[in-house]
Design a protein around this ligand. Structure first.
Ligand SMILES: Cc1cc2nc3c(=O)[nH]c(=O)nc-3n(C[C@H](O)[C@H](O)[C@H](O)COP(=O)(O)OP(=O)(O)OC[C@H]3O[C@@H](n4cnc5c(N)ncnc54)[C@H](O)[C@@H]3O)c2cc1C
Length: 431
């Protein structure tokens, strides 16, 4: 595949999108200089200086092809995605989901990129944008200095708001007299650990959760992303709300035991299976309150918290007004935007846009006219959304079937086939 070009492409940000963009261009033979601000830049979510680090959950969501994110992952495999290679090497059991050991995952990304002689990684914070071909993918925690630079370039078009991440506990500290393994409705392997609440335990827990002390958010406005609400915010919307969200008990009853009123699921976080994360329990409680309140969960009374949940910034740009069709900035067409900063949401989505931005840029470097990936693919539809959103409040978007409005629920497998065929056509004709 390598074409031995001498052109240098700068990739700013060594996260999921940056790894994918680099990998695509390296395989095409370009010289890639990846600028990564870690370890000197600390954002409290990344914990290593590895490339492609997952900052919170270790799940890349469903494996099912008729699931929107499942289809997106399959499209990425057709493109030869690095994320999908790394996931295959670091997968841990988690039923129908694709989950990974986060350290092995990032180590694979880092080693794979380093194996290319045309790759260079520079650990420095970029505070300006180069004049050479560049892919910008500094993610939701883009350093403040660079955000300021972007703000100056795009005016008031840049926004930011806040999300929260979930805690992780050690398996050895879970009380298996109360907790048990089971997948919902027996789908997939029994890889989830379940903590069942009875009615009294549930009400006492919700009471403490909603009255617990939250961490200060002095520098933030507290506009949350509705798709990733802190658990205490969900609980404060009504005492039964958690039972219809992260503590859904359905499909998790056990023979010979009373039906649980609510159930917390824990998902394996490491290949070794020694750490588990609390599914859907992103939170902004203070660390002390997380310890106190989450220890009320049956089975977690003596839980050892390996990592507490955290409130974090989530910066993204107003892509519909700022970008050209090929994901380059109108203001600075040598710079392409990818990843969460472009207004997609999620690990897989961020990585996927890294591939597409690199493919579009690479075509331009060859002097060829722009060709869009079909909107009838999940990736094409996602990018179409960030480019052409017309509503009053542009919010980051996950892969979902509503992006392909013509697909009937019963005909999803037909749409999957069509989508993969269109991806293959795009690869054959445009890459
Ligand atoms: C705390 C947190 C929890 C999240 N949890 C989940 C989750 O559970 N599941 C999910 O699907 N998505 C989650 N997301 C959302 C999102 O999918 C991830 O943030 C994803 O990693 C985004 O990929 P990215 O490549 O755009 O950015 P990142 O993976 O964040 O990569 C950006 C990189 O750019 C670097 N950088 C920043 N500024 C500069 C600079 N000025 N110069 C050079 N380098 C710079 C950063 O150090 C980082 O390595 C979470 C986000 C955050 C912040």
């Amino acid at each position: 595949m390598a074409e031995g070009k001498e052109v240098i492409v700068h990739v700013i940000g060594g996260g999921l999108a940056g790894c994918e963009a680099s990998y695509f261009l390296l395989r095409k033979g370009y010289r890639v200089i990846l600028h990564e601000a870690r370890p000197s830049y600390v954002d409290n979510a990344h914990h290593t200086d590895l490339l492609g680090e997952l900052v919170c959950s270790n799940s890349l969501k469903s494996k099912a092809l008729d699931n929107a994110c499942g289809l997106l992952k399959e499209e990425m495999r057709h493109f030869g995605s690095l994320t999908m290679l790394a996931a295959a090497q670091s997968e841990v059991p988690s039923g129908n989901a694709l989950s990974v050991d986060r350290d092995l995952f990032a180590q694979f990304n880092t080693a794979k990129l380093a194996s290319f002689p045309n790759f260079e990684v520079v650990h420095e914070e970029c505070v300006d944008l180069p004049d050479e071909p560049t892919i910008l993918c500094t993610g939701p925690l883009t350093s403040p200095a660079l955000l300021q630079r972007l703000g100056a370039m795009v005016g008031k078009g840049h926004l930011s708001f806040f999300d929260a991440s979930a805690p992780i506990v050690s398996k050895a500290s879970i009380d298996f007299e109360k907790a048990y393994y089971k997948s919902r409705y027996e789908q997939g392997d029994e890889s989830y650990i379940n903590c069942p609440f009875n009615r009294d335990e549930y009400f006492a827990f919700v009471h403490e959760l909603t009255h617990a002390q939250r961490a200060l958010t002095h520098e933030f406005d507290t506009r949350y992303f509705e798709g990733c609400l802190p658990v205490e915010i969900i609980a404060s919307r009504g005492v039964e709300t958690l039972r219809h969200g992260p503590l859904k008990p359905f499909g998790l009853a056990r023979d010979g035991y009373p039906k649980p009123y609510a159930v917390l699921q824990l998902r394996q976080d490491t290949k070794l299976g020694d750490y588990y994360n609390l599914v859907g329990f992103q939170t902004n409680l203070t660390y002390g309150e997380q310890k106190r309140v989450f220890s009320m969960i049956p089975g977690l009374e003596h839980a050892d918290f390996i990592r507490y949940g955290l409130m974090h910034r989530n910066a993204y740009l107003d892509s519909p007004n700022l970008l050209n069709e090929d994901l380059s900035f109108k203001e600075k067409p040598n710079v392409y935007l990818a990843g969460q900063l472009s207004g997609v949401e999620g690990y897989v989505e961020s990585a996927a846009t890294g591939i597409l931005a690199a493919a579009y840029l690479e075509r331009k470097l060859r002097g060829l006219p722009f060709v869009a990936l079909s909107k009838d693919t999940m990736l094409g539809a996602l990018v179409d959304y960030i480019l052409h959103y017309h509503g009053s409040r542009f919010e980051p978007m996950n892969a979902n079937w509503a992006l392909l409005p013509n697909v009937n629920k019963l005909e999803r497998m037909k749409a999957v086939e069509e989508s993969l065929k269109r991806v293959d056509d795009f690869i054959k004709e445009s890459i």
